[in-house]
Design a protein around this ligand. Sequence first.
Ligand SMILES: [Zn+2]
Length: 222
Amino acid sequence: MRPVVRGPCPVDEGGTNVAFTHYSQARKALIQRLGEHCSYCEMHLDSSLAVEHVQPKQPPGATQPMPERALSWDNFLLACTNCNSTKGDTDVVLANYLWPDRDNTFMALVYSEGGKVSAANGPQQAQAINTIKLVGLHKTPDTAEASDRRWLNRREAWDMAQDSLHDLMCCDTPEMQRQIVRTVKSNGYWSIWMTVFKDRPDVLSELIVALPGTNTAATTIW
Ligand SMILES: [Zn+2]
């Protein structure tokens, strides 16, 4: 899961934090900061990319939305329909999960053959598993709803990245590398490409800066 930096709340011309009256008003700024990618599954989206509340704006049992959650810049990410609906209004305790804007989700989640997602061994494994289940990244063709094609999209991305790696080995040119970066920008699944190209630090260094908002500090492990 791509670790991201949302940055401070946008300000108006006078330098004052923008006071959102509806969370949808943050969508444009979030896309500028984070790119048009789901913060959880990393799918590239445009019109259906929704403002996601990390903590639900109206948790179960609440009679009305909580303004400090509904309109808080620090509570916003971007999510696709599947991640958003799977997570639903689960009233999360932040410390029990890993979050792309707070934690090093690049190190904590592992991508493997076919685009499968799992939790890395380590002290944060339990929280990583919770995050994977929270948004449904563990779902397979057997367990996912018919409308949930994230597993298929990840598998296709994995195959595309493998093919691109093979092509690069055959024809290692700056043009080929630029094509790889363009594909990740337009198609998403940054973590899968980072995994497949793990032995090509030259490509990784380009991928790390390819998308807006990537937490580069969390990815400098080479
Ligand atoms: Zn998603």
